[in-house]
Design a protein around this ligand. Structure first.
Ligand code: HEM
Length: 600
């Protein structure tokens, strides 16, 4: 390596997240005496990590010369740090881009400043400008909304901040467990979903449980919570999961391992979850996982894509800066609203057909286990209302478990120590269940799944860092004061930020960034700790808490136990934190390519 002075653009990742982006370092290689390139990389990663921990922004002192160097360093606490060093050219083009963006933004601010009063900036919280409120900062950070808002909340004294959108849409964002308890439990009746939320999703979800308040919600909640607590529904769920694993998932992974091909695990998990929730909701098998590789031309595949599009396009309405834009598009039936209308009509046609044929053959003596049969047996509901009920359940169970498991498998790819513990536990439980003869045919029964405690913790931990539902909002009916003293005005929204809460030192301690299943156990014991749902609201909390939590764990644990006992799954790009795709759930942008090998 020749001597000289270098400026490099560096990205720093830990095994769980991107730690640093767009950070530039000056290197003077006279400060080190490199032995080989590998040593330089390891040293560079170490120095970067060390300086970050020490909060030291000074230039790193290490050498770099190639166009893109990447290094990995495992900290004693098992945190894996990767740093990528880009070339000078990369740095320059990045700089040019950000300078232009900055100039545009500064011109915009100057315009606002000259024409209006000074922006009302508080020392912490979201910056609010006259008329446009938080919009400028929101637009600049929309591509990294979750991390940006997390940083803002982290720096607020009680982790709550006012968020002002144009058009007087104001609200509070909070990552404070006491506030979450206040809104979801103590003063629950003052915080419904509200007319705006329901209006935005009404075309897609109608009056289903996800999209209703008051008596309509109560009615569905009562029937559903009774059914979700029955042993028969649980057994039905376990049986469906086992069949899907044995007849579709395992053969698919087997084929991938034999051909040594790369597959998109997120897509596979989404298809699995979709088949599964359709069976549970109306006992129909869309066979989306079976169609893997042969396109989505099947009726079930078309239905799945239509639901996916309808969810993404409906959630786009929430992110739209000016509400009149989507309303106008809807009125004119153009663009995204035209596509939304088309997807919704596919979804409705599919569901209507099933419901009508089921109504024609309605038989009170039937012992069908699915949710539709149960709602048909208990209430005299119209076909449209039954359709709304079923679609809400499909949406609830569709992307949530697949999102949780996709992030789980990505993190696990760089944690062989955790993998080993999971596999060991699976082997122990297998041996035990074979002895007691309680194993379900080829799969895992309820009792075995209950015994997989380390796996339970290892699945809960990534959902802390990457919750499938990262933010959730309610509306305030009457002016109120939250537990931390924040005032909320009538009609303001209140958003609790689950993603930010999983990353708060005040809740999880200074090692919050570390992927550590052990934190879920009562110290030095094999007993799983019961975490307050207000500190970990991944499944919501209070009266509207997720009804499918137990079923979700059954599904996720069954998949992991069956797959990891047989195969070794590794993300192709395990050291790069994947991009985030924020729809109604938090998905991995571009999917999760993995390589599958048989476990030795
Ligand atoms: C990892 C998986 C899952 C996560 C993280 C999750 C999370 C959540 C969250 C945050 C809510 C509140 C949403 C809201 O404000 O309306 C919710 C509600 C709900 N979830 Fe889940 N969920 C999961 C899986 C499931 C599954 C598999 C089902 C069904 C089989 C299900 C059924 C429901 C239902 C019916 C509600 C509405 C409850 C109500 O409004 O009263 N969930 N879930």
């Amino acid at each position: 390596m020749g001597s000289g002075h270098y400026t490099a653009h560096i990205k720093v990742f830990s095994n769980v997240q991107l730690l640093d982006e767009n950070r530039w370092y000056n290197f003077d290689d006279s400060q080190i005496s490199p032995i080989s390139e590998d040593d330089v990389n390891t040293a560079a990663a170490y120095v970067l990590f060390y300086r970050r921990v020490k909060n030291d922004d000074a230039s790193a002192s290490n050498g770099a010369k190639s166009s893109m160097l990447s290094a990995t360093y495992t900290h004693p606490s098992n945190l894996i740090i990767t740093c990528s060093i880009h070339s000078l050219e990369t740095f320059k083009s990045m700089e040019l881009f950000s300078t232009q963006t900055l100039l545009l933004f500064l011109s915009f601010l100057t315009f606002l400043y000259l024409h209006h009063r000074k922006p009302k900036t508080t020392p912490t919280g979201f910056k609010a400008y006259p008329i446009v409120g938080t919009l400028p900062d929101f637009l600049l950070n929309r591509h990294r909304f979750l991390d940006w808002s997390t940083d803002v909340l982290r720096n607020c004294p009680t982790h709550s901040a006012v968020f002002k959108r144009p058009g007087k849409v104001h609200g509070i964002m909070t990552a404070n467990p006491d506030n979450v308890e206040h809104v979801l439990k103590t003063n629950f009746h003052n915080y419904p979903k509200g007319e705006r939320f329901i209006y935005l999703l009404r075309d897609f979800l109608g009056q289903g449980i996800f999209n209703s308040d008051g008596d309509l919600w109560k009615l569905q909640r009562k029937t559903a919570s009774y059914e979700f607590n029955t042993k028969s529904l649980r057994n039905f769920a376990i049986q469906n999961v086992t069949v899907e694993i044995q007849t579709r998932l395992i053969p698919l992974l087997q084929r991938a391992s034999e051909s040594e091909s790369v597959l998109d695990l997120q897509d596979v998990l989404e298809r699995f979850a979709f088949d599964n929730i359709c069976k549970l909701a109306f006992n129909v098998d869309p066979a989306c996982l079976a169609a893997e590789g042969s396109g989505d031309a099947t009726v079930g595949g078309v239905f799945m894509r239509a639901i996916e599009d309808a969810a993404a396009l409906s959630s786009g309405r929430f992110m739209s800066v000016f509400e009149w834009v989507w309303r106008l598009k809807k009125f004119l039936n153009v663009g995204s609203e035209k596509r939304l209308r088309e997807s919704i009509s596919i979804v409705h046609a599919f569901a209507d057909k099933i419901i009508r044929s089921r109504m024609e053959t309605k038989d009170d003596t039937t012992d069908d286990m699915d949710l539709l049969s149960r709602f048909m047996a208990t209430e005299d509901n119209s076909p449209e209302f039954l359709r709304d009920i079923v679609i809400s359940f499909i949406l609830a169970g569709r992307d949530t478990t697949s999102s949780g498991l996709s992030w789980f498998f990505w993190i696990l790819s760089s944690r062989p120590d955790v993998k080993d513990k999971i596999v060991k536990e699976i082997e122990t439980v297998r041996a035990w269940s074979e002895k007691s003869d309680s194993e379900e045919a080829g799969g895992f029964g309820y009792e075995e799944l209950k015994e997989l405690k380390y796996l339970h913790a290892a699945i809960s931990e990534p959902m802390r860092l990457y919750p499938p539902v990262p933010v959730d909002s309610m509306v305030c009916l009457n002016e109120d004061v939250l537990a931390d003293g924040t005032r909320v005005k009538k009609n303001w929204f209140v958003t609790y930020h689950t993603y930010a809460m999983g990353r708060m030192e005040s809740i999880w301690g200074s090692d919050w960034a570390e992927f550590k299943p052990e934190r879920w156990f009562v110290e030095d014991s094999g007993v799983i700790r019961t975490e307050s749902p207000f500190r970990y609201p991944v499944f919501h909390a209070g009266a509207r808490m997720c009804l499918g939590k137990e079923m979700a764990y059954i599904q996720m644990k069954s998949i992991v136990a069956s797959v990891m006992g047989r195969f070794e799954l590794n993300a192709v790009d395990k050291d790069t934190c994947p991009g985030q795709h924020l729809s109604l759930t938090l998905r991995i942008k571009g999917g999760l390519p993995v390589r599958v090998r048989p476990r030795k």
